[in-house]
Design a protein around this ligand. Structure first.
Ligand code: PMP
Length: 372
């Protein structure tokens, strides 16, 4: 029998760059109010649950066969959704889907990064960009962000010119800060990235639906090295489904097909995502409620004396605390789980239901009083 704990990862003949690393791990604690992983707090509505059951039953009848390898029906429906909501006409040829946008990003790095190549992002940002880079053997360079967490265009352009990365990540709205990036900034970074190499610019719009600003999707027109990545995990309230997608020039879609595993999207996943897309309008009503709750959190946190970063996402970064860990712990002791992303002085809270947000705000107000 192999006894747990006797062999450590580093005892294995593992790749050198994975030695000493930790896996991605937001704590999954059993707490009354969980506002730490940017999930949508609303369960899927019952009519959609029934529709999923119907479509999955249909798919089950042919589970002896492999699924549609190219997920054409799903990509067609995703393209219709983007055309309707993101201000730019796209077709299935522009769209690719995978198991969560993390897998989309991994496929992009497998095709455009890899050993001897480098990716860059402007940190603090989504930590998985660096981790997926490492996992695909791609070098990672952390680019600069201004003190207010916006991207300083001149500094970012200078970093791109110096590093000449093969892949550039721009997260808008950014996680964990909630900061949206303007189209002008993305264009300036794209130009710098093309002049430097040219390289692939990936705009991660996982939280795009929550923004006060329109999607950056129209920027793909005439820019074959620009990719917009999206997910059904947040706005569609379907984090458990694992469905992410990208929109780009059809050549990018051809490129990721060189590295994707055959039949990577199960028939059950495709059927479930298609059912959810039939209920887009209902799901987008929840997004509107969450946007209003997010704006309320920003206003109430400021009224409670916190510093708050303007947010275009379904979460809010707030502070500043002498020790973010102590503040995180104090909120946890009051039954509210938020996220400590390791940015000194700051914490991040996901917009929940009005009741969850009230509980969170009460806990913060109590904490601010204790800290006075
Ligand atoms: N991009 C960003 C910026 C995210 O915050 C997340 C999830 N936390 C993802 C991508 C990945 O989401 P998923 O794989 O569920 O689509």
């Amino acid at each position: 029998m192999t006894t747990p704990g006797t062999t450590r990862i580093d005892d294995l003949p593992i790749r050198d760059e994975l030695r000493g690393q930790s896996p991605y791990g937001a704590p999954q604690l059993d707490v009354p109010v969980r506002l730490n992983t940017n999930e949508n707090p609303y369960p899927l509505p019952e009519p959609l649950v029934r529709r999923i059951a119907e479509r999955v039953a249909e798919a089950a009848r042919t589970l002896n066969r492999y699924p549609d390898r190219d997920a054409v029906e799903l990509r067609t429906e995703l393209a219709k959704y983007l055309t309707r909501t993101a201000g730019h006409e796209v077709t299935a040829a522009n769209v690719w889907a995978a198991n969560g946008s993390n897998e989309v990003l991994q496929q992009l790095l497998q095709a455009f990064g890899g050993p001897g190549r480098t990716a860059m992002g402007f940190e603090p940002s989504y930590s998985m960009h660096a981790l997926i880079s490492r996992g695909t053997g791609t070098g990672w360079v952390s680019g600069p962000r201004a003190a207010d967490f916006t991207i300083d265009v001149a500094a970012a352009r200078a970093a791109i010119a110096e590093v000449r990365p093969h892949v550039v990540f721009v997260t808008s709205p950014n996680n964990p800060t909630g900061t949206a990036v303007s189209a002008e900034t993305v264009l300036a970074l794209y130009e710098a990235a093309q002049a430097a190499r040219p390289s692939l610019v990936v705009v991660d719009e996982a939280y795009g639906e929550f923004s006060h600003h329109p999607s950056l999707l129209p920027l793909i027109e005439g820019r074959p090295n620009l990719v917009v990545s999206r997910t059904m995990s947040k706005a569609f309230g379907a984090a458990g489904l694992r469905l992410g997608y990208l929109a780009a020039d059809p050549a990018v879609v051809d490129a990721v097909q060189l590295v994707r595993l055959p039949y990577h999207l199960s028939a059950v996943t495709q059927a479930t995502a298609l059912a959810a897309l039939e209920h887009t309008d209902t799901l987008l009503q929840y997004v509107e409620q969450l946007k209003a709750e997010r704006d309320r959190l920003v206003a109430e946190l400021r009224a409670a004396g916190c510093e708050v970063v303007d947010s275009d996402a379904n979460f809010v970064q707030f502070g500043r605390f002498g020790s973010s860990h102590d503040a995180w712990r104090a909120l946890l002791d009051k039954g509210v789980l938020v996220r400590d992303n390791g940015i000194p002085g700051w914490l991040r809270v996901t917009a929940g239901t009005p009741e969850e947000n009230d509980a969170f705000l009460d806990a913060v107000r109590a904490l601010m009083k204790e800290n006075k």
